[in-house]
Design a protein around this ligand. Structure first.
Ligand SMILES: Nc1ncnc2c1ncn2[C@@H]1O[C@H](COP(=O)(O)OP(=O)(O)O)[C@@H](O)[C@H]1O
Ligand SMILES: [Mg+2]
Length: 370
């Protein structure tokens, strides 16, 4: 059998981890990323060309059997150029339904996943309607291209909405109700080409200044809630006809789940699966894209991940923590930039909590947020 070659749009740390997972599967990767410094360049061939370079995209498509992405903001025309030549997995529907926060919320609602009240803000006149439908405590977000809390403003009274919209450059936006959540959770799941799927244990996430800092699996939530989260992940996988890994971010408020957003790709809250699950989210994504059977998403022990943001602790200090592994992405550190992570596993929840405290302390000493 000949080797499968997978083309990956985007060559950041997610691409790097996909490339690493591909090696033992006998899958070759070709990365497309404008940056000559793309972290994934060390684990596969790399085409460094602009997102709108249709000739380079055609060359890229000709080198591979199937295309996937680790970056969801690839321009539509560029994706179409690639899709005309090779299958893209997940399909374009997964991107279309999630690249616009309004369409994403409508998709979730239609798929039977609960969402908070929301309204579109595109014109001055929409502001009053949005306040009337959503209320005066909310979050205004740009409809597209936001990440790590960028392009968002919290609104705490009717008078704050218009200035918040000005601050977002009056971009097409979504105004959604503020959710006074008890915790944030996510579910990572993978769907294969034949429609079978696996769902990883539910994860609890802690954000600092809008950036993920820590993920713990499994989240300490009642079984019924964990089952509901798994059901919602499958509703999303099926509704999109997704092939590959995705993440569904949700809030837990008053003991119920409210979906926040979908990442139609491997996700930061699934990095713990590299050591913590029997098959990582990255390996399962590559299996799905290559048309292979999926691996077990079970996690034998409690596990966690701590992000290294804007700076790296000495590797030796990380590895001195029991149960810890480090992954450095090879990016030059800048405030607010994710440059690596620490994964922790432990035989018991109590031991995980102790080890995690050490890892978090170390990370905080070196992290630099914006
Ligand atoms: N409606 C909301 N209510 C309360 N907190 C929110 C709301 N929307 C976002 N947040 C907070 O901001 C973080 C980032 O928002 P999110 O919608 O996930 O955007 P991003 O694409 O930047 O991850 C969330 O993880 C959560 O902590
Ligand atoms: Mg998010």
């Amino acid at each position: 059998m000949s080797t499968t070659t997978v083309g990956i749009l985007g060559g950041g740390q997610l691409g790097q981890m996909l490339g690493l997972a591909a090696i033992p599967l006998g899958i070759d990767c070709v990365f497309y990323d404008p940056s000559p410094e793309a972290p994934a360049r060390t684990v596969g061939r790399h085409i460094a060309a602009a997102w709108n370079d249709l000739d380079a995209l055609a060359r890229f498509a000709d080198m591979v059997d199937v295309v996937t992405f680790e970056f969801e903001n690839v321009p539509t025309a560029s994706l179409a150029a690639v899709a005309a030549r090779k299958p893209v997995r997940p399909g374009l529907r997964s991107l279309e339904q999630t690249c616009d926060r309004i369409r994403e919320k409508e998709f979730l609602r239609d798929a039977g996943v609960p969402v908070q009240p929301f309204a579109a803000v595109s014109t001055e006149a929409d502001l009053a309607i949005a306040l009337a439908t959503v209320g005066t405590h909310g979050v205004l977000k740009t409809r597209s291209l936001g990440y790590d809390g960028k392009g968002q403003r919290v609104v705490r009274g009717a008078a704050e909405l218009a200035p918040a919209w000005d601050a977002l450059g009056r971009s097409p936006s979504i105004y959604e109700a503020f959710v006074p959540f008890d915790r944030e959770v996510s579910v990572v799941a993978t769907r294969a080409l034949d429609g079978t799927s696996v769902v990883y244990p539910i994860v609890e996430n802690l954000h600092t200044q809008g950036i993920l800092f820590r993920s713990t699996a499994p989240a300490a939530v009642p079984d019924a809630l964990a089952r509901a989260a798994e059901r919602h992940a499958r509703q999303v996988l099926e509704g999109l006809g997704h092939v590959g890994t995705l993440a569904l971010e949700m809030f837990v408020a008053d003991g119920t789940l409210i979906a926040n957003e979908i990442a139609p790709r491997v996700h930061n809250s699934g990095h713990w699966t590299i050591q913590g699950a029997r098959t990582s989210q990255f390996e399962n994504h590559m299996r799905a894209v290559a048309g292979l059977p999926l691996g077990d998403a079970g996690a034998p022990e409690p596990a966690a991940m701590v992000n290294l943001i804007g700076g790296l602790p000495p590797i030796g200090e990380i590895l001195a923590i029991a149960g810890a592994t480090a992954q450095f992405y090879g990016k030059s550190p800048r405030p607010g930039r994710k440059v690596g992570h620490i994964n922790i596993v432990a035989p018991t929840r109590e031991m995980l909590v102790q080890r995690l405290a050490d890892a978090e302390h170390l990370a905080r000493q070196h992290n630099q947020l914006a």
